[in-house]
Design a protein around this ligand. Structure first.
Ligand code: VGL
Ligand code: ZN
Length: 193
């Protein structure tokens, strides 16, 4: 089955940043494998007049999630560093709306909906279906998808072959998929048209 996008669709690319890809500070196994899949969805979005949103983890150098402050993670996605850049092969359209998150030192935000701006923008654009892919399945994709399922009238589709998990504990990615499905998200296997 293939999927046509229209102007009431939006694509949300979650944190497709160098630090989450092989060679990066917080590399997700096979993280860069999402890029060609998402490029096909971006092409379909452009063709159908769908909006493209790209979230980015955008931490100050002293973010509370970093190990030196007792957090879970090595320093990653520090604002204005190469590791925080979107993957070079991701074909972001010029009119992509960039959603920065977790940009305050003392606040963690895994969800692209944390500030409330993204939900407002989807509402203002009359978006009825949201297609989500990116990194990582068990953190920012999951948190963003769970928030999206709370928005009335929005159908949320997770592009299963366009996400990869950190899997701090084996099985985390699988459990995240199940949690997203239980929250009402549709786990989508279709290719874009
Ligand atoms: C993420 C861990 C730490 C993510 C962000 O984008 O999934 N994971 N910060
Ligand atoms: Zn982070």
């Amino acid at each position: 089955m293939s999927m046509k996008l229209t102007s009431s669709d939006a694509l949300l690319l979650v944190d497709v940043q160098s630090d989450f890809c092989p060679g990066g500070a917080l590399a997700v196994t096979d993280g860069d494998a999402v890029v060609p899949v998402l490029n096909a969805w971006i092409a379909a979005a452009r063709q159908g007049g769908a909006k493209v949103f790209a979230s980015r983890d955008w931490h100050p150098a002293d973010h509370l999630s970093f190990a030196e402050r007792g957090g879970l993670w090595p320093p990653h996605c520090v604002q204005n560093t190469p590791g925080a850049a979107f993957h070079v092969d991701l074909n972001l359209p010029e009119d992509t709306v960039v959603v920065s998150k977790a940009d305050q030192a003392d606040h963690e935000a895994y969800s692209a909906f944390d500030s409330g701006e993204l939900a407002d923008q989807l509402g203002a654009a009359g978006i009825q279906r949201l297609w989500v892919g990116g990194l990582a399945t068990d953190y920012c994709v999951k948190a963003s998808v769970l928030d999206a399922t709370q928005i009335p009238g929005l159908d949320v589709h997770v592009i299963v072959d366009a996400i990869r998990a950190v899997d701090v504990t084996p099985g985390d990615g699988k459990a995240a998929l199940e949690a997203m499905r239980e929250a009402g998200a549709i786990l989508e296997d279709a290719a874009p048209a």
